[in-house]
Design a protein around this ligand. Structure first.
Ligand SMILES: NC(=O)c1ccc[n+]([C@@H]2O[C@H](COP(=O)([O-])OP(=O)(O)OC[C@H]3O[C@@H](n4cnc5c(N)ncnc54)[C@H](OP(=O)(O)O)[C@@H]3O)[C@@H](O)[C@H]2O)c1
Length: 268
């Protein structure tokens, strides 16, 4: 049994990760912006829900203090899963309706996906140092990966991708600093996951023009993963693959970016 903290566990991939890990008998603490509405998460036996709002710099410290009380001060694995993306995914720098819209989306994405993740990792470091596994897993995305973007010729998902790439780089900085202390910091891409059942806003645009852009984005995925059957995983399937990769992490994986297949190139 190990102790896991999963951010953004009230829905989507985070919820499936919590369900899977709790079913294995692990101690799971899932974060939610509003724990009072995280009813599915809090109903999972063995799961505790803690409040975390990534845009509030104090929130990660408060969450870590609460987790200290629940766990006695040790956490084995932190899965920084909470993230922000929207129907702007298929946009590139020139297709936002205005520069103001681009700036707002970039700031929101950066605040949540990059700065929020860094502050979460910082707040939980003392607990991870006291844990046995010392694994920090940042749930990233192909859209933020330079190798994927080159092969896929993917110039879209700019706000999301740039913010995720920034977080991947931050994870690498932590990995380098803590390389000699038994830590494994890494970024993990879950592939395509259909989280629409619990989504607040659809990532698929509603206008014909937006849908055409979305299809161009999917075509770019196929360029990078020509064997992909276009089937998007269920959250449960993606969670099982991600957990398998996390369980198999070795010290030499510190600082790496892996896909849910456990390699660096099978994106979907
Ligand atoms: N779905 C995919 O195909 C896919 C592909 C590649 C990578 N990913 C990555 O996988 C992770 C999970 O994706 P998903 O599809 O499960 O996302 P999702 O369904 O949109 O869920 C996002 C989670 O993040 C939380 N969150 C958002 N903003 C937050 C904030 N400011 N503070 C704290 N929590 C916040 C949400 O909480 P609320 O419920 O309160 O909004 C929710 O729990 C993300 O990091 C995403 O980038 C997903």
């Amino acid at each position: 049994m190990a102790t896991y903290v999963i951010t953004g566990a009230n829905r989507g991939l985070g919820l499936a990760l919590a369900q899977h890990l709790a079913a294995e008998g692990n101690q799971v603490i899932g974060t939610a912006r509003d724990p009072s509405t995280a009813t599915t998460l809090s109903a999972i036996p063995g799961v505790h829900v803690v409040a975390l709002e990534l845009t509030d710099p104090e929130s990660s410290k408060t969450a870590a203090a609460e987790v200290t009380k629940l766990t006695g001060g040790a956490v084995d694995v932190l899965i920084a899963n909470a993230g922000y993306y929207s129907e702007t995914l298929p946009l590139d720098f020139e297709t936002y309706p205005s520069d103001d819209a681009l700036i707002e989306d970039m700031k929101t994405s950066f605040d949540i996906n990059a700065i929020g993740a860094v502050l979460t990792i910082k707040a939980f470091l003392p607990l991870l140092k006291a844990g046995k596994q010392k694994k920090v897993v940042y749930i990233s995305t192909p859209a933020g990966n330079p190798q994927f973007s080159r092969v896929a010729k993917n110039y879209m998902s700019v706000s999301y991708g740039v913010s995720k790439a920034a977080a991947d780089y931050a994870v690498l900085k932590f990995a380098i600093k803590y390389a000699d202390e038994g830590f494994i910091f890494m970024s993990l891409s879950p592939g395509g996951v259909d989280t629409s059942a619990t989504a607040k806003v659809s990532a698929i645009p509603t206008t014909p023009e937006g849908q055409a852009r979305f299809m161009r984005m999917v075509e770019s995925f196929l360029r990078a993963s020509p064997k992909w059957d276009r089937r998007v995983q269920t959250p449960e399937e993606a969670a099982a693959k991600c957990i398998d990769v996390i369980n198999k992490l070795k010290p030499e994986d510190n600082g790496r970016f892996l896909t849910h297949h456990g390699d660096e190139t099978t994106w979907f």
